[in-house]
Design a protein. Structure first.
Length: 325
């Protein structure tokens, strides 16, 4: 299906106050296993964050507070982090989409296999994780659930809402969220993040660089490549996708490296990824629009065009760095 069909639907939905929720509901209705897949996905991704942080020298302590950028519709990743032993998770988003009934449904899906997996990487044993899960099952409301889980949920949020957390965040992380944030806002967020992070604090971000109209699903456009969206001018792209539902910033891998370097963070590790099942023809330099090319050195843009997704770990550097025990 031509990507413009999906873009047109999302554009219309974006004009309604409940448009994004209807878009999300459509995704769920077309996939009966949506919630089960989402649960496993977020558990796996939380573990990936902690494993790569561990590789970079981070050791989870009893009082660590994590900040999640982009809660989305499920509280699962925040909940997973607390079950793994994070003392508190502050999770933020631009819209308030987490619901109590869905949160309880995800909680009730946690199985012995899930708990066994969590316990193998957690500060808690299986018995303690089950105790925490059963305590959460007694929640009477979303606020009660969040309080029992040691999760602070701020939505909608602005950078100013995070200033009370100055020097309190050990790890700031996100899961395929940064590609949906406009470039000026990204500079504001990560510039301010130096004040939130404790000395030696970390950023851990997984970013999806692909054209999202190529993503699996009913509306997938199988005729396009993962970098199809780089062919268009900013004006043309924003006319189709410059709305709250479909927005993707189209920033490439070199931008993120440059941003974190210029903001004074030390990049400790980058895992550049490509999915063999999604490999397809890339664009030539001549096919990429000047609005994209003007932001990058030609060699660095073309040499990293193949990167579909990456995981970057950075640390608050210089005099701020301290050793984590």
């Amino acid at each position: 299906m031509d990507w413009r069909v999906k873009a047109s639907i999302q554009k219309v939905l974006s004009t309604f106050s409940l448009g994004d929720k209807l878009n999300h509901l459509g995704s769920r209705l077309m996939n009966p296993s949506y919630m089960q897949q989402k649960l496993q996905y977020h558990i796996n991704e939380a573990l990936i964050h902690l494993r790569r942080l561990d590789k970079c020298g981070f050791r989870l302590g009893e009082t660590d507070t994590f900040l999640e950028l982009g809660t989305g519709y499920a509280i699962v990743e925040s909940l997973t982090m607390t079950l793994l032993g994070v003392s508190r998770v502050v999770t933020v988003d631009i819209t308030k989409d987490v619901k109590f009934d869905e949160s309880m449904a995800y909680l009730n899906m946690l199985s012995e296999n899930h708990v066994r997996l969590l316990a193998s990487h957690s500060r808690y044993n299986e018995e303690e994780i089950w105790r925490r899960i059963n305590d959460l099952k007694a929640s009477a409301s979303m606020d009660d659930f969040l309080a029992r889980a040691n999760i602070t949920y701020i939505a909608p949020y602005s950078v100013a809402d995070l200033r009370p957390y100055a020097d309190r965040i050990t790890v700031c992380y996100s899961q395929v969220v940064l590609e949906h944030i406009p470039e000026p806002v990204m500079w504001d967020i990560f510039g301010e993040s130096r004040s939130w992070l404790v000395p030696g604090g970390y950023h851990s971000h997984i970013v999806n660089l692909t054209d999202h109209f190529r993503n699996p699903g009913f509306f997938r456009d199988n005729r396009i490549t993962d970098v199809n969206f780089l062919k268009y001018s900013d004006q043309y792209w924003n006319a189709w996708c410059g709305n709250d539902i479909a927005y993707v910033n189209r920033l490439r891998f070199p931008f993120y490296v440059r941003m974190f370097n210029e903001l004074g963070f030390t990049i400790l590790d980058i895992d550049k990824q490509k999915d063999r099942d999604r490999m397809n023809t890339l664009l030539s330099d001549a096919e990429i629009h000047d609005d994209i090319k003007s932001k990058y050195d030609k060699a660095e843009l073309m040499d990293t065009l193949w990167v579909q997704r990456f995981h970057m770990i950075c640390q608050k550097s210089g005099a701020d760095v301290r050793q984590h025990a």
